[in-house]
Design a protein around this ligand. Structure first.
Ligand code: 5AD
Ligand code: SF4
Length: 473
């Protein structure tokens, strides 16, 4: 086991930050000339980032901030960034560029950049050189230090860069400001040890480390008591949860413990790595009535040769066997996946193997990406002879096939009654509610706003791309 893994940040270090946060309140009110300073946290990227953003908001609230979604109102702007593909980084730089005028008009404004992008030296250099109005930059390992970073910024009146190398720590006890509603994200582990050859995550988020089960259980109970009804357990590879913890616990036993918590709620999880998705886990999902019958099981591609090049540690047959086993044990289970098109050296014939795998598995939906070379990863150094336009054509072929398959998967629901957790996705004014079935299908139906947050029965009348349309039963 690597040293330093699974250490929690000492309680007194967290308390020290709480004290600094309190102490900063009057100073920030004074700096921004307002009794009610406003912060905007803009999160890019995955759900893990969303969960980190909720903790960052928790810390900012301790510092006395309320929140706004409008940059022109904000006294402090924090960009919580994503590095997974080049276009994600380009988007963030574009957004930072747009802040130049705002900062010029309001010099007291503080601008912070954090998250995955900041753990890369080429990004830090660019921020130092080309974005002088950025006040402070920190990586995800230093997020709990936000109060002292802001304090440094104020005391020293200069730009602060705190991009520490991976310290392998888990910071507990930080309050989260969650979106109010029915769904909540709950990180159970951080980092990734898999080193898929295309992926930057292990470099920017550091080594895999799990939270202690009792910490997760306590936060989970709190969420249930607060009224959250759809709780998603988060990690880059939840299937390897528990490795290196002193107490013997794996993801299956964690699910069992959470499933035993009393209440009316659903448990979801993401992401599952196929190499660690065991029959024992599938049997557990089958047994636990609150665990949803849907697995996000990224296959990435359908060719065993490319899977080896990707360092995924499973092959096409192994993946398909897993899907067959899960279908046998969990009736009605659905699958979603991530697909990368145009990995270096992938041929059109190998890409066709991805399409044939899609036809076999019949995913209900997909997250699809064109390969993007990330600095420092193994795949970025491989020869990549297929041109961008060609990859674009393959990509469109993939989308067209998935549209067909997705629609086909939804047809059998017509006439059936499904249970939906009613949510407000912004059409409540038109009398429309949305939500998801246990198997993660989207359902749209007419209903009163008062139903939001309740489990309702909906009879499916028709389907459209992405959604089942129905009426309350
Ligand atoms: N290029 C394209 N897609 C990528 N992903 C990760 N790294 C890359 C990359 N370099 C995709 C994978 C992963 C998802 C979160 O993002 O499909 O599962
Ligand atoms: Fe990236 Fe692979 Fe880790 Fe997922 S499992 S975060 S794709 S290295």
């Amino acid at each position: 086991m690597p040293i330093n893994v699974h250490r929690e940040v000492p309680v007194d270090a967290i308390e020290e930050q709480n004290r600094i946060a309190e102490f900063l309140r009057p100073r920030l009110r004074e700096r921004f000339h307002t009794p009610n300073p406003l912060a905007m946290v803009h999160t890019f990227g995955c759900q893990q980032n969303v969960a980190d953003g909720e903790k960052l908001k928790g810390i900012l609230a301790q510092m006395g901030f309320s929140f706004t979604g409008f940059p022109e109102q904000a006294d402090l702007i924090l960009f919580n960034t994503c590095a997974i593909r080049e276009n994600a980084e380009t988007k963030v730089f574009g957004n930072i560029g747009n802040l130049k005028q705002l900062k010029a008009a309001k010099p007291s404004m503080l601008i912070g950049i954090c998250g995955c992008m900041t753990e890369q030296s080429h990004v830090v250099e660019k921020l130092k050189k080309s974005y002088p109005y950025v006040s402070f930059v920190f990586g995800s390992h230093s997020a709990y230090l936000l109060p002292s970073l802001v304090q440094c910024c104020l005391d020293e009146g200069k730009r602060i860069f705190r991009v520490a190398p991976d310290d392998g720590c888990v910071a507990e006890g930080i309050p989260a400001v969650r979106e109010e509603g029915v769904k909540a994200w709950l990180p159970i582990m951080y980092g990734c040890d898999n080193f898929c050859s295309y992926c930057v995550v292990p470099y920017v988020r550091g080594r895999e480390r799990s939270r202690r089960p009792e910490r997760i259980l306590a936060e989970f109970r709190e969420l249930v008591e607060t009224g959250y009804k759809d709780i998603t357990l988060l990690g880059q590879n939840v299937n390897s949860y528990g490795k290196g913890l002193e107490e013997p616990v794996d993801f299956s036993s964690l699910l069992e413990q959470l499933n035993a918590v009393p209440g009316d709620f659903r448990i979801r999880f993401m992401t599952s790595h196929p190499k660690d998705c065991t029959h024992r886990l599938i049997d557990t999902i089958a047994r636990c009535e609150k665990v949803c019958s849907h697995i996000h099981l990224p296959v990435q591609c359908g060719s065993s040769r490319i899977l080896k090049e990707m360092n995924r540690h499973y092959d096409r047959e192994g993946y398909l066997e897993l899907v067959r086993y899960a279908r046998e044990k969990i009736p009605g289970i659905t699958f979603t996946s991530d697909i990368i098109v145009g990995f270096p050296g992938e041929t059109y014939e190998e890409f066709q193997e991805t399409l044939s795998l899609l036809r076999e598995v019949k995913y209900v939906s997909l997250y699809t990406f064109i390969f993007s070379p990330r600095p420092g990863t193994k795949a970025a150094k491989l020869p990549d002879p297929v041109r961008g336009e060609e990859k674009g054509r393959w990509f469109r072929e993939l989308l067209a096939l998935q549209d067909e398959i997705g629609l086909e998967q939804m047809q059998p629901y017509i006439g059936q009654t499904v249970q939906v957790l009613a949510e407000d996705w912004g059409k409540v004014g038109d009398g429309l509610l949305q939500g998801r079935t246990e198997s993660n299908l989207i359902v749209e139906f007419p209903g009163e706003p008062s139903l939001v947050g309740q489990f309702v029965q909906v009879k499916v009348r028709s389907v459209k791309k992405w959604a089942l349309l129905g009426q309350l039963d």
